[in-house]
Design a protein around this ligand. Structure first.
Ligand code: HEM
Length: 224
């Protein structure tokens, strides 16, 4: 059959449950942690202005820590799935810079992003340029989690949490750890803005169910 717009498309189950759960948990946690984090940094509502809520900072901090724990589990789940999941979510799908075909696909996408190419090659899993951004992002997540738990652990220097994360204060003072934790938030926010923009634009352009796939898990095997 000719490859025209009416041709039926075969769908492939690309994103398994744990990938989608972790994706949406990360999304909501990042939003919540950023809002509460900004409040911790800059308490724009003071206890005095809300006489019914004198413990507002305590509540915000407590919920930041609680959601921070959920976020840490979500990131761990995704990292676990890097080794347990199907091909598309596994480290095995990472492009190999020593393979000519992988390099060709990478440059195809790179040129697409810098407006030198109209139609990047069709890939079912992560596109290789976005994958580099995801690797950087997950390293940021890990730094955010380590600095977050280290700050929290200072409440009790005899705790197990301090034993695991407190070593960081041998290298940087706690004010610098706070500062890094604060700055990383802007880097993560920059990624989120770009990620949503790229997902929407790519969904239209590629007609390959970019956005719906992160809800359903399914993607068409090829473009229309
Ligand atoms: C994307 C994830 C996260 C973002 C965007 C974020 C954001 C922030 C921001 C902006 C602050 C204020 C920094 C300051 O000026 O002092 C903060 C403080 C803090 N965060 Fe996070 N955070 C994240 C993850 C975590 C995690 C995973 C934990 C660990 C449970 C955590 C624990 C803390 C602690 C203990 C503080 C200091 C609170 C205080 O000084 O009272 N954060 N966070």
């Amino acid at each position: 059959m000719a490859d025209n717009k009416c041709a039926a498309r075969r769908y492939v189950y690309v994103w398994e449950g744990p990938v989608r759960i972790s994706h949406w948990l990360n999304f909501f946690c990042i939003i919540f942690l950023s809002i509460t984090g900004v409040y911790i940094h800059y308490p724009f509502v003071t206890a005095c202005s809300l006489s019914n809520a004198p413990y507002i900072m305590g509540i915000v901090r407590y919920s930041h820590y609680l959601v921070g724990v959920i976020f840490a589990f979500s990131v761990l789940l995704r990292l676990f799935w890097l080794f347990m999941g199907n091909y598309y979510s596994s480290w095995k799908s990472f492009s190999n810079p020593f393979k000519k075909e992988d390099r060709k696909i990478f440059w195809g996408y790179f040129k697409y992003y810098i407006f030198l190419e109209r139609n990047p090659p069709h890939v079912l899993g992560h596109n290789p340029v976005a994958l580099v951004a995801y690797i950087v992002l997950f390293n940021l997540f890990i730094l955010q989690i380590i600095t977050g738990f280290a700050l929290w652990s200072q409440a009790d220097p005899n705790s197990t949490m301090y034993a695991i994360t407190g070593w960081i204060f041998n290298f940087v003072s706690n004010q610098w750890v706070r500062f890094y934790h604060y700055i990383f938030m802007f880097l993560v926010a920059g990624f989120v803005i770009n990620h949503i923009y790229s997902a929407v634009i790519f969904d239209f352009k590629s007609q390959s169910g970019e956005i719906s796939s992160i809800f359903s898990g399914w993607k068409p095997e090829r473009r229309r």
